[in-house]
Design a protein around this ligand. Structure first.
Ligand code: PMV
Length: 368
């Protein structure tokens, strides 16, 4: 068992015997999605990443989750009603129930609590924006908040660390959504405080890499063709997996110095290499997946050509799908946006482009 988990279990056993200060209450958090620059693809048991990853926290694409809770000692396991965008959603409810059962050893009060959860995304479900990162981080934050309301403890730093830990158990990439700007998750030799158990905020970001823009080209709306858990699993038998994990660590190390030094060109090189490596892993898995569409490739070629010709600081990254994230600096914004609107928009399904940017992280919506 890992170090922080042991500490959380110790805290949990102390908490079990304490008096509940506020047996009823309400909390609400909004938490953003994130886009990985160094990708997490492949994991070990216990939701431990095969390599460290680093992401950019988005600003606008968010999940808002509110929870009304009632503590009742006579209940013996977590009770839940769940609504997504105002409607009951059996599939999500089952997933959350399973998650609550998995984490109840860490949050023993869950066994005696009724939760009524309302969750909604401010981006279309079909947009291909990773909703598990924003949804699971928002949920983890509300759970930490309820615990604080019940038992009144923890420093702000531990609060976020625990939220990131719990978010990770729901969805690995969700661990990173707990922090604004950029976050890093997984052991890497370039950051002493790094951990496989929780994400940490990336500090010392050069001003040229702050406020990065992310315009998402919706090449193909609709659900992802490969679920992440299936994709992570395929890495177990991918013949290139070992090399990939080593290359990701090298990219992490290069990125660490680039982030503080502010070499935007180098940042873009690493980012694009990571995106193509992720897709190379999908193509070389068994079964293999080709998730990019002809228009994804067209967009990538046009982005590179425009960069060569204009000298603007922009590049692309990809998630596990066909959509293309155009990442660019604040300085290049007005020129790049014009290029996106005139040249790239026609490649998108129904001309849909979602303009987002680096953001400050989750926010509490309810009163303390
Ligand atoms: O958190 P998961 O299990 O949905 O995996 C995320 C995988 C990628 O989005 C492809 C990469 C990443 O690091 O976010």
């Amino acid at each position: 068992m890992k170090k922080f988990e042991i500490l959380l279990l110790e805290q949990a056993s102390e908490i079990s015997s304490e008096k509940v200060l506020n047996p009823e209450g309400f909390t609400a958090w909004t938490s953003p999605s994130n886009i990985a620059i160094v990708k997490y693809w492949g994991k070990r048991p216990g939701q431990i990443p095969a390599n460290a990853s680093l992401s950019l926290t988005l600003s606008k694409a968010r999940t808002e989750t509110s929870v009304t809770y009632t503590y009742d000692k006579s209940i013996k396991e977590p009770q839940l009603t769940f609504k997504f965008e105002g409607k009951t959603q059996d599939q999500f409810e089952k997933r959350i129930k399973k998650y609550l059962l998995e984490i109840r050893e860490l949050l023993p009060w869950l066994n005696h609590t009724k939760l009524s959860i309302d969750s909604s995304n401010n981006f279309p479900h079909s947009s291909g924006i990773a909703s598990s990162a924003s949804a699971m981080s928002a949920l983890a934050l509300t759970l930490c908040d309820i615990e604080e309301r019940m038992y009144g403890r923890k420093t702000a730093k531990d609060f976020m660390k625990k939220a990131s830990f719990l978010a990770r158990l729901g969805s690995g990439s969700a661990s990173r959504s707990v922090y604004g700007n950029m976050a890093e998750w997984g052991m890497t030799s370039c950051r002493r405080e790094s951990s496989d158990e929780f994400a940490i905020p990336v500090t010392g970001i050069h001003e040229d890499l702050l406020m990065l823009r992310d315009s998402i080209l919706i090449i193909e709306a609709g659900k992802k063709k490969v679920s992440s858990s299936f994709g992570h699993d395929l890495m177990k038998s991918n013949p290139y997996a070992k090399l990939r994990f080593e290359a990701a660590e090298e990219n992490m190390q290069r990125l660490c110095s680039v982030i503080t030094g502010g070499d935007t060109g180098h940042f873009i090189d690493i980012m694009e290499n990571e995106a193509l490596s992720l897709h190379a892993m999908m193509m070389t898995s068994t079964p293999g997946f080709l998730l990019m569409k002809p228009n994804s490739l067209k967009a990538i070629e046009m982005i590179r050509e425009y960069r060569r010709e204009s000298g603007s600081q922009l590049g692309f990254t990809l998630d596990a799908g066909a959509n293309v994230h155009v990442i660019y600096t604040k300085k290049s914004e007005s020129k790049v946006k014009k290029f996106i609107e005139s040249e790239l928009k026609p490649l998108c399904e129904n001309g849909l482009v979602i303009h987002d940017e680096m953001g400050g992280g989750p926010e509490r919506m309810s009163e303390v």
